[in-house]
Design a protein around this ligand. Structure first.
Ligand code: ADP
Length: 548
């Protein structure tokens, strides 16, 4: 028997239509190059997004065209999210911090028709102009006064474009499985691969992402996504928070600038914010140096890389902010798991809760998890067994753009059992909390043991004299591989190798204690702010452990 319910398609434009009617006066505050504190309402946002949809039609965009963006977190980028997807095109966000040749590869592979570019990123487009064969127009996201000088003849000003349009536009309804967005994975090995989101996957992800135990997005909250809008749609925040009517604060290009982030948090009374751990390090460093506080900030969402326990502790103990760690991937839209305590944990001590926050959290509804051994046998959730982590669900990629869609094929992320192989190694505790122990390629295999590089890094970073640490496996004649720790000291700290090793002996299994420590001034990070282990392995490729 068929149900008797309206079969409305899940459309991204429906978020905008709802939000501007239900919360017309709610604010969106942005930092941009042409205005350090731009402020407008959801009503203005709706009207300008409709103008932009008309402008896209005027420019000649057709249903299904890919429209690239190279931009920071601000209101114009938000307008693109809604106008492009809402009118049936694909909003293809590109990370401007990638190597120029990767940016060119991504734009050409996706066959982007137009590129919308932030004025700060425009020099990158000028440098690449001869390589972008299919791009018809470049639209610089600024006002006429701030337009850069250029010899290119296909460059248009965003505000001039909008000026010429009216704000009436009927958002079309079409199949909810239509592509709405694209994001290429950073591609630490091989070329970047295109993940293609749909209207349906985006809406379902936003609904679950907004739940109280996910981000807890609400109309009362003031939300500042620091995670870039080119990195998995800023983790879906621009959809979930607008769906529920939160005030949004967008830090523009100032994503790692402690002073600006503090000013925005205090000035706009931000209650929830999300970013990778390196962002939180920058903010905490600024607060520590200036003695300033972030009293309104109830929750700091983090993910993308394991969050050092020092960040969780400082936020909890010094500032009363709860760190909510989540885990996911570009291929997962990205939400997979998140910190969610239950009533039975009400009498946990602060230390116990901090211990839980340092794990990756429980899977949210919609995401199935399993861990398997090398023969693909499922392992128990006992907090002891660990193995390859696999996932499936309605906002998880079934394949990459232009590559094989057949499960089990080499270039398809889905294995022949129908589950996406995350490339992570994890254990799952009996209480449902998942703990990433490593990425498959970063696990240190010493003798017969598997050592988690993340465990070593967390142990080292819990020393007050250590600012950041990375552990990699290096060749050892007896054990095949042994851990090498590479660390940055806190400014002014004079800890030495022996003192750090002695500290680690108390924290780690005997075989996990690194054989050597090298202090450095800087550690390499990827374009999304993660430790770049590949670069470290390359840098230390000729390293030899001291003779015992
Ligand atoms: P890329 O794979 O290109 O770096 P993603 O942002 O998709 O880009 O990275 C996903 C990976 O990041 C996960 O597979 C996992 O290894 C890591 N990751 C994400 N969140 C966490 C977390 N909370 N703790 C540890 N690792 C994480």
């Amino acid at each position: 028997m068929q149900a008797l319910m309206m079969n409305s398609q899940l459309m991204i434009s429906s978020i905008l239509k709802h939000a501007e009617k239900a919360f017309p006066t709610q604010e969106i505050v942005s930092v941009t190059v042409d205005n350090p504190l731009h402020r407008y309402t959801y009503k203005d946002f709706g009207a300008r997004s409709r103008k932009l949809a008309n402008a896209l039609t005027t420019l000649g965009a057709k249903f299904g065209d890919r429209i690239g963006t190279l931009a920071w977190n601000d209101y114009r980028h938000l307008e693109l999210y809604y106008a492009v997807s809402g009118s049936g095109m694909v909003c293809h966000t590109i990370n401007p911090k990638l190597f120029p040749e990767q940016v060119a590869y991504i734009i050409n592979h996706a066959e982007d028709k137009f590129i919308f570019v932030d004025v700060l990123v425009f020099p990158l487009i000028e440098a690449l102009k001869d390589h972008l064969k299919k791009v018809e127009k470049i639209i610089v996201m600024t006002s006429p006064a701030a337009m850069p000088e250029t010899s290119m003849d296909n460059v248009v000003c965003y505000e001039t474009l909008l000026e010429a349009e009216n704000d009436s536009f009927e958002w079309p309804e079409f199949d909810e499985n239509t592509a709405s967005g694209m994001c290429y994975t950073s591609g630490t090995t091989g070329n970047p691969k295109g993940v293609v989101y749909s209207h349906r996957s985006t809406i379902l992800h936003a609904l679950v992402g907004a739940l109280p135990d996910s981000t807890g997005a609400r109309a009362e909250e003031v939300c500042m996504p620091i995670v870039p809008m080119f990195h998995v749609n800023a983790w879906g925040v621009p959809y979930a928070s607008i769906m529920v009517g939160s005030k949004l604060v967008m830090p523009g290009p100032k994503l790692a600038d402690g002073e600006t982030l503090h000013k925005l948090i205090e000035g706009e009374q931000v209650t929830y914010s999300s970013g990778v751990p390196t962002i939180w390090m920058a903010l905490l460093d600024y607060l520590n140096k200036t003695g300033k506080r972030v009293n309104s900030l109830k929750t700091a969402g983090t993910g993308g890389a394991a969050c050092p326990i020092g960040i969780i502790e400082t936020f909890n103990k010094k500032y009363g902010t709860t760190v909510k760690q989540g885990w996911g991937m570009t291929e997962m839209s990205p939400l997979g798991t998140i910190y969610s305590p239950t009533a039975e944990m009400a009498d946990y001590t602060q230390e116990q809760l901090i211990g839980l926050q340092a794990k990756q959290g429980r899977c949210v509804f919609g995401v199935e998890l399993k861990i398997v051994d090398e023969d693909n046998n499922e392992l128990p959730w006992d907090g002891v067994a660990f193995g390859a982590l696999k996932v499936r669900g309605p906002w998880i990629a079934s394949g990459y753009y232009g590559m094989s869609q057949t499960p089990g094929d080499n270039d398809c992320p889905v294995d022949s059992d129908g589950w996406l192989n995350t490339g992570d190694v994890a254990m799952i505790h009996p209480n449902g909390f998942m703990q990433i122990t490593d990425r498959t390629k970063d696990v240190i295999k010493t003798g017969g043991e598997w050592v988690s590089s993340i465990d070593i890094e967390n142990a080292a970073a819990s020393h007050t004299d250590i600012a950041e640490a990375a552990a990699i496996g290096r060749y050892h004649p007896k054990w095949t591989e042994r851990p090498l720790l590479i660390a940055i000291k806190q400014p002014g700290a004079n800890i030495d190798k022996d003192a750090l090793m002695a500290f680690l002996k108390d924290k780690l299994h005997k075989w996990a204690v690194p054989d050597d420590v090298v202090f450095v001034e800087e550690l390499p990070h990827t374009a999304t702010g993660k430790l770049n282990k590949l670069a470290l392995r390359e840098k230390f490729k000729d390293y030899e452990f001291p003779a015992a």
